[in-house]
Design a protein around this ligand. Structure first.
Ligand SMILES: Nc1ncnc2c1ncn2[C@@H]1O[C@H](COP(=O)(O)OP(=O)(O)OP(=O)(O)O)[C@@H](O)[C@H]1O
Ligand SMILES: O=P(O)(O)O[C@H]1[C@H](OP(=O)(O)O)[C@@H](OP(=O)(O)O)[C@@H](O)[C@@H](O)[C@@H]1OP(=O)(O)O
Ligand SMILES: [Mg+2]
Ligand SMILES: [Mg+2]
Length: 330
């Protein structure tokens, strides 16, 4: 029997701390990078128990869970989680599938940053000029010229579904090569940012920012010499952090904390998500002009410093809320 966070065995009256049961549905790769032994040990010490969800069995037959964490591909899984969320309001599902879906499209993922129009608040945050191409590769050069986008352009798949293909990026350096690209895609102006990217990890109310290596600046001269379309290396997702690199302090300087706090808070509310990260770059030659280029759901938290403590604390906030609710009913 569960009473006010304690378990009573009903016989000798002995009390045992009630566990917070977290069901998780993650890929094997994610499980390995997220559920590291040190994290599980700390969580266990704090009364959190992780239980794997079997996706081949009905979700309602499993548990009972206090919290569900999930990141799996496909609409079918999204529908299962949404249905469970509706029928089990007592369980905290992190996060709602429809809100996650918003990040699966590279156009809609950045729309809230545009709407937010954060300026004159310790800096300015926008998104690079971009456009969507749905079909007809031959028309791309004309469409791009009409939209007024400047070369070089980063070509990204429109849909982000976690597949390797959805992370294939290209740098397009001349007009005629643009028609070699494969729609549907997003074309985004390449913003010079001195090779450093800021990854802003959000876990509920907590924010952690790290530096990562990114692509070097491209100048007009290089552009004229190297026409064509070049595959992009996924430099910034490498575990190697740029936090200890010997960098120009103007480049290394982290975005102002109040700016990050405001941006994160707004995006948390607007997106309706608690677990995501934001890829942000500072425009070359400026101190306070930033661009958000990517937002990822349930990113690689295993690479976030102190993630064990931050995540454990985050999960425990739900325990407090839950037992507060029970106490109020008494
Ligand atoms: N508009 C841009 N201007 C300059 N560099 C960019 C731009 N867009 C992307 N990049 C570079 O390319 C990398 C990958 O781009 P992006 O983050 O959009 O792709 P992704 O596949 O979603 O990556 P992730 O692994 O973070 O999910 C960025 O981390 C950055 O280094
Ligand atoms: O592979 P990692 O663990 O590093 O995590 C990456 C994560 O892959 P995973 O969910 O399969 O783990 C990616 O998710 P999908 O877009 O592919 O869904 C995306 O969120 C990246 O941005 C994460 O890297 P980070 O931004 O943290 O550097
Ligand atoms: Mg990214
Ligand atoms: Mg991404």
């Amino acid at each position: 029997m569960r009473i006010k966070g304690k378990n009573f065995d009903g016989e000798g009256g002995e009390e045992e701390e009630q566990k917070l049961v977290v069901g998780y549905a993650l890929t094997l790769k994610k499980k390995k990078s997220f559920l590291q032994p040190e994290f599980e040990r700390l969580a266990c010490k704090k009364g959190i128990l992780f239980v794997a969800i079997d996706v081949n069995l009905p979700l309602s037959d499993q548990g009972p869970f206090d919290i569900i964490l999930h990141k799996l591909l496909g609409k079918e899984w999204g529908d299962i989680v949404e249905d469970y969320r509706q029928t089990h309001p007592e369980v905290t599902v992190i996060d709602p599938p429809y809100a996650i879906q918003h990040l699966h499209n590279r156009q809609s993922m950045l729309q809230d940053v545009v709407d937010l129009n954060l300026s004159d608040f310790h800096g300015r945050v926008g998104v690079p000029k971009q456009m969507v191409i749905m079909k007809d590769p031959l028309s791309i050069p004309d469409e791009v010229a009409k939209a007024g986008l400047k070369l070089p352009l980063v070509a990204k798949t429109l849909v982000v579904d976690g597949s390797a293909k959805s992370h294939e990026l290209f740098l397009a350096c001349d007009w005629s090569s643009l028609s070699e690209l494969e729609p549907p895609l997003v074309l985004q102006e390449f913003v010079n940012h001195d090779g450093i990217l800021f990854k802003i990890y959000i876990v509920g109310d907590a924010i952690k920012v790290v530096r990562r290596f990114s692509l070097s600046n491209v100048n007009q001269c290089q552009l004229a010499k190297v026409p064509g379309i070049f595959p992009f290396p996924r430099v910034s997702s490498a575990a190697a952090s740029a936090d200890d690199a010997d960098l120009d302090p103007r480049v290394a300087e982290l975005p102002p904390r109040p700016l990050l706090e405001r941006l994160s808070k707004e995006l948390r509310h607007r997106l309706g998500l608690r677990l995501f990260n934001i890829d942000m770059i500072r425009e070359h030659g400026t101190r306070d002009i930033f661009y958000v280029i990517d937002i990822n759901y349930f990113p690689g938290y295993g690479k976030m410093p102190d993630y064990e403590v931050i995540f454990t604390d985050f999960l425990l906030t739900f325990k407090k809320k839950k037992y507060r609710a029970i106490s109020c009913e008494d």
